[in-house]
Design a protein around this ligand. Structure first.
Ligand code: A2P
Length: 333
């Protein structure tokens, strides 16, 4: 496969190269792309040096697959230009996710929506992604009526600027407002503000959780509300998820279903202080679920705690899994 990575110098781009190498993804030619300021930089992959190129030269090379992780505006501008030359684009940004023509895919959950005709495929938002694995299996079993989600999202999800801000604040240094990713300190703080506010007082991350969940689970009837919080945590995103089911459930059956699901590891031995944490989830591809318990305040209510490495399953790993799915199911030549 001739593979292009657009955003190869970014945080997700970096993890992408690691994941492609670990999983031995079949690459015959690798094209690394970043913004104008990085053209000419050298990045090594599996012991070979690659020179960072412009998007235009990557389009001319007509790769089989282009994985985008370079922000919404870059995807908006270039994804269709790649698709026009026959490249399958797997896009990590939010730009195309809610487009009716573009599948939004977590392979273990809804890989079956992919077809040979899809030249533009979206990767879900990191906080949506990790909860899709447990929610899909529970929705199938007991039918989800309503979700109340509170996230504790790692600053790494905001990209390089956020990491620079965190590191500077940790050392007691102050960056200029332009250099900062957030309007408040992130070190030793938490911000109930992920993405941008819209006119309704919700943030873009909160809206993404609602809309993307409904699209991936193919069910617009699920009532969903969310509060997304950015925390000074490295390693992964954590989520407290309160679920109201339409049907009665058995707690042991819930745990069994989660334990039997591909990509999920249940860590739920509270008597021995066993539950998922972002430090433990760091650098792993699975979604970790724990604190699984009944919500006694409503009929058919369940609480759980879901953690995953936001740069791996939440971003890089899922894009590579989509590419692998296309190959395995012969949806790409
Ligand atoms: P660059 O490093 O040259 O700015 P992050 O989300 O970690 O901040 O990374 C964003 C990634 O997207 C980087 O690799 C960045 O390259 C890349 N990028 C940003 N704008 C463009 C663009 N217009 N064309 C190609 N790549 C871009």
């Amino acid at each position: 496969m001739k593979v292009a990575i657009v955003g190869a110098t970014g945080l997700v781009g970096n993890v992408l190269l690691k994941v492609l190498s670990e999983r031995n993804f079949p690459i015959s030619e690798l094209i690394l792309v970043a913004s104008a300021r990085s053209i000419g930089k050298i990045i090594s992959y599996q012991g070979e040096d690659y020179t960072v190129q412009s998007v235009e030269s990557a389009i001319e090379a007509r790769p089989d697959i282009a994985i985008f992780s370079a922000g919404g505006s870059t995807s908006g501008k270039y994804a269709k230009q790649f698709a026009a030359v026959g490249t399958v684009v797997i896009d990590n940004s939010s730009f195309w996710r809610m487009d009716k023509e573009v599948p939004l895919v977590v392979p273990e959950v809804n890989g079956s929506v992919l077809t040979k005709d899809d030249l533009l495929i979206s990767n879900p938002n990191c906080s949506t992604m990790q909860m899709m694995l447990p929610l899909k299996v529970l929705h199938e079993a007991f039918s989800i009526k309503r979700l109340v989600i509170s996230t504790y999202q790692s600053f790494t999800g905001t990209g390089v600027n956020a990491v620079n801000q965190y590191e500077a604040e940790k050392k007691g240094e102050k960056l200029s407002a332009e250099e900062c990713a957030y309007p408040h300190p992130i070190f030793a703080n938490c911000l109930p503000h992920c993405g941008d506010f819209d006119d309704t007082a919700y943030t873009t991350e909160e809206i993404k959780l609602v809309n993307e969940t409904r699209k991936i689970l193919a069910d617009d009837t699920i009532a969903i509300t969310a509060t997304c919080v950015r925390v000074p945590v490295f390693g992964g995103h954590s989520e407290s998820i309160n679920i109201e089911f339409r049907n009665e459930f058995d707690l042991k059956k819930v745990i069994q279903l989660l334990q039997d699901s591909e990509g999920i590891i249940v860590q739920d031995d509270w008597k021995n202080n066993i539950y998922p944490t972002p430090l433990d989830a760091y650098d792993k591809d699975e979604v970790f679920v724990g604190r699984i318990r009944r919500d006694h305040s409503i009929k058919n209510g369940l609480n759980m705690w879901v953690v995953s490495d936001n740069l791996r399953k939440g971003a890089a790993t899922n894009t590579v899994q989509i590419a692998e799915y296309l190959l395995e199911h012969q949806l790409i030549n």
